[in-house]
Design a protein around this ligand. Structure first.
Ligand code: TXA
Ligand code: MG
Length: 388
């Protein structure tokens, strides 16, 4: 039995490894200690199908406070409450309107978060004082087994230091959180790689506040009139989603995002990288397999005049498969940071399907450092304004 949380000083982080392909019963048994830590008010990071989450008992204010402290998260940014069965929804939301029910029926368990009117059972600390609550039922077997074994709803933001790219592996979580949380459950990589889609069901029509693992197109199959939040209200003044006010997904090195036709992007990346390298800088390229292939010979021959820096390439997947790019995106940013690059240049993608979530994360990571070249990639859902 672990010490009562208040007796603990700075946590020593316990690492446990589980096999996500084990049976549900076996997983629940293996996660017994992690579940106990959650019930005792401690913090446990665990894999979900999107990214790793940092969990605490959503009904326990002190546990919630520990999550905010471990992440360095601003108090005004509310958390998502994770559940393992539909029954739990009734105690978290004060009402579940038919549209929300239809989305839950279609996409749960899975990467969709519903904003619903909050019930009194959920402490204000979870929702940052809002009268709405974010709820999601994850499909990852380890997340599901942990929530079930804990027997409480689990509040969990992404398990990164606030502002950093979300973690998609246990190594990422360890890098950010070792010594700050009680336990890390290593259950392999989080495959989708971008966070859940957050949709506000308290307004009509429903509004996507954050594009993510379930696409706009999929949601419109259920609710055709669904809209996507656009407009720059996030930076000052009240934001629809408080999370939009804050710095997000940023690698340590400044990232520049190149937008336009693919060939023109590749040319721009070459000339910018060459100029930086001549200044003796280490340049990180966050690019697709196809772009990396195009750059390969060129990189070997580049440089030569004046001091010569270095080019480090993080290949994140095929341009023709957005799910690969989503899956490799945050890992690519973290790999380039680990290589201590001075700056990053990122390629952009078509903003349809999963591309919308990818472009949202890239735009936010670039924080306004956009280089527009000939032609526009994607569609009008992506503008600098829509992502701040
Ligand atoms: O995939 C995910 O959603 C991951 C995994 C761990 O489940 N979680 C995650 O949590 O990304 P977090 O805290 O990093 O992002 C939650 C987002 C924030 O932008 C927050 O502002 C928004 O959801 N949010 C939470 N409650 C809200 C509410 N009541 N109204 C509007 N936005 C809300
Ligand atoms: Mg986050």
């Amino acid at each position: 039995m672990s010490d009562a949380p208040e007796k603990r000083g700075k946590p020593t982080t316990v690492l446990i490894v589980v096999d996500p392909s084990g049976s549900a019963e076996r997983l629940e048994a293996e996660l017994g200690e992690a579940a106990r830590v959650l019930r005792d008010g401690g913090t446990v990071a665990f894999p979900t199908e999107t990214v790793y989450g940092l969990g605490g008992n959503a009904l326990d204010r002190r546990a919630v406070a520990r999550i905010f402290a471990a992440k360095g998260r601003p108090q005004d940014n509310p958390l998502i409450v994770h559940i393992a069965d539909m029954g739990a929804l009734e105690s978290i939301a004060s009402s579940v309107l038919p549209g929300a029910r239809a989305l839950a029926d279609r996409f749960w368990p899975g990467p969709l978060t519903l904003i619903l009117p909050k019930s009194d059972a959920i402490p204000d600390e979870v929702t940052a004082g809002l009268d709405s609550v974010a709820v999601r039922m994850p499909s990852h077997p380890v997340a599901a087994a942990l929530i079930r074994a804990a027997g409480v709803p689990v509040a969990a933001p992404s398990a990164n230091i606030s502002g950093r790219p979300s973690p998609t592996s246990a190594e990422h979580v360890w890098h950010d959180m070792a010594g700050r949380i009680d336990m890390l459950v290593d259950g392999g990589s989080a495959d989708i790689g971008v966070e859940s889609t957050v949709i506000d069901m308290t307004c009509s029509p429903p509004m996507i506040l954050r594009p993510g693992g379930i696409t706009l197109e999929e949601i419109r199959e259920v609710i055709p009139e669904t809209v996507v939040l656009t407009g720059g209200e996030g930076l000052d003044g009240p934001a629809k989603s408080p999370g939009l006010r804050h710095r997000h997904y940023s690698p340590e090195a400044q990232m520049w995002l190149v937008i336009g036709e693919w060939d023109a992007q590749v040319d721009e990346i070459k000339s910018r990288a060459a100029a930086e390298v001549r200044l003796g800088r280490r340049v990180g390229l966050l690019v697709s397999t196809e772009t990396a292939a195009k750059l390969c010979t060129w990189i070997r021959d580049c440089g030569g005049e004046g001091p010569v820096g270095e080019i480090i390439v993080a290949e994140i997947g095929s341009r023709n498969d957005a799910s690969q790019v989503a899956s490799g995106l945050f890992d690519g940013m973290r790999r380039l940071d680990a290589a201590e690059v001075d700056m990053m240049l990122a390629e952009s993608y078509d903003a349809r399907g999963m591309g919308l979530a990818i472009m949202n994360r890239l735009m936010r990571a670039a924080g306004g450092r956009i280089i527009r070249v000939q032609g526009e990639a994607g569609n009008d859902l992506i503008s600098e304004k829509s992502i701040e």
